[in-house]
Design a protein. Structure first.
Length: 283
């Protein structure tokens, strides 16, 4: 069974509702990375997202994805906020990922209004982004954000193609977090992508970590993963990027294979389940 695909905002891109989070292959051996990528492709995943801050993920993902490059949508991100540094990082990422262009290039993890001012100001990263688009190095431009105020400010300041944001059940029910960003993106026709859809709560001090590449505690079973994933995809969201371990990616793919929107009863169940949990955003 191939995964459902949805259009990304006003673009022509059709993405699988499950996105491959590049951190999955961080520190994997080349053969293992190739197997994971090949299996994801076979499951119907065509949307891959990676960033230089994910350890050696770019170097590992590049060779594994190379045979499929022409049939997938490849997104990358930068934490740099100035024109010069963002342009240099884009160049390095293209080389590491063995490609001549990115389908989507994004500002990564914007959290403050000060960052927004730097990005959008003279000599800011947005200059490198627009130049890269003009030069054919990137097709679409977007951003990920970890605060509503930063996301809303970016949406006001530039005509982005996409926003990648934590549309997550616990944050939504316990923090009222995400609604304003979703509404603003929809109003502008901006494509909506989700991160942290399988997050459950913050790690507790001294807690044993089953998923060491996750900085938060994710859902604990395929059943919880299905509810969490379906909550996110029941919103007007194009795709949800998987967390940082292959098993969690397969949980998302399984949920996507059987996808149907949440019923009112299931939504109420999730809202009840979220009570008492410590949402990862806002922090």
């Amino acid at each position: 069974m191939k995964l459902e695909k949805r259009r990304l905002g006003r673009t022509d891109a059709m993405l699988s509702i499950v996105g491959f989070g590049g951190i999955i292959v961080m520190n994997e051996e080349p053969d293992s990375a190739r197997r994971i990528v090949s299996q994801a492709i076979e499951r119907g995943v065509n949307y891959f997202d990676v960033a230089p801050s994910y350890g050696n993920a770019e170097e590992v993902l590049g060779p594994a994805l190379e045979p499929y490059r022409n049939s997938v949508f490849l997104a990358c991100k930068t934490l740099e906020r100035t024109r010069e540094k963002a342009a240099a990082e884009l160049s390095r990422s293209l080389k590491r990922l063995r490609t001549d262009h990115f389908d989507l290039y994004q500002l990564h993890g914007v959290a403050t209004l000060e960052e927004v001012e730097t990005i959008m100001g003279r000599g800011g990263a947005i200059e490198a982004f627009t130049e890269a688009r003009e030069d054919g190095l990137v097709k679409y431009l977007g951003f990920s954000a970890h605060s509503e105020e930063a996301a809303l400010a970016l949406l006001e300041r530039f005509e982005f193609d996409s926003v990648l944001f934590p549309f997550n059940w616990v944050c939504w029910f316990q923090g009222r977090f995400g609604q304003r960003v979703l509404e603003a993106a929809q109003k502008r026709g901006v494509g909506v992508l989700a991160l942290k859809s399988l997050a459950k709560r913050k790690w507790r001090e001294g807690e044993e970590r089953r998923w060491p590449k996750c900085w938060y505690s994710p859902v604990e079973s395929p059943e919880e993963a299905s509810l969490a994933f379906r909550f996110t995809l029941s919103l007007p969201v194009t795709a949800a990027v998987s967390p940082s371990h292959a098993e969690l990616l397969w949980w998302e793919c399984d949920a996507a294979d059987r996808y149907k929107p949440l019923s009112e009863e299931e939504r109420a169940k999730l809202a009840e389940m979220s009570k008492g949990l410590d949402p990862i955003f806002p922090s």
